[in-house]
Ligand binder design. Structure first.
Ligand SMILES: [Zn+2]
Length: 117
């Protein structure tokens, strides 16, 4: 179950899971992988170290509570002397707040899509 569609207003956001639980929509999202330079030594490329799940409680989408789970990538610097760990650039939360209307529309599109899984 892997949906690789682009949501309007949320380009680069991938919905990996969408389901309903106790009347609440749960959406699992992650961001497309982008090149990141090390925040300390600025070397590229970096390898993905691990992921952290961040829960973003979205207000409401079409009258329903919606919980967003953002799978945040953590990179580790390949430079042996550095090995700095850092998170990917995350504009998801900011975009979520700024573009709530577009976001709700995107969610409704995605949830219609999710029903076909
Ligand atoms: Zn580094």
């Amino acid at each position: 179950m892997y949906s690789n569609i682009t949501l309007p207003g949320l380009e680069g956001v991938i919905v990996t899971k969408a389901y309903q639980k106790e009347g609440i929509y749960h959406l699992h999202v992650e961001l497309e992988r982008q090149p990141h330079s090390c925040s300390k030594c600025h070397q590229m490329p970096q390898t993905v170290h691990n992921y952290r799940m961040q829960k973003i409680q979205h207000t409401q989408a079409f009258g329903r509570d919606t919980h967003l789970f953002y799978r945040k990538r953590c990179y580790i610097c390949k430079e042996a002397t550095c090995q700095k760990q850092f998170y990917e650039d995350n504009t998801l939360v900011a975009r979520n707040q700024r573009q709530s209307v577009e976001f709700n529309q995107a969610l409704s599109i995605e949830l219609i899509h999710a029903k076909h899984f």
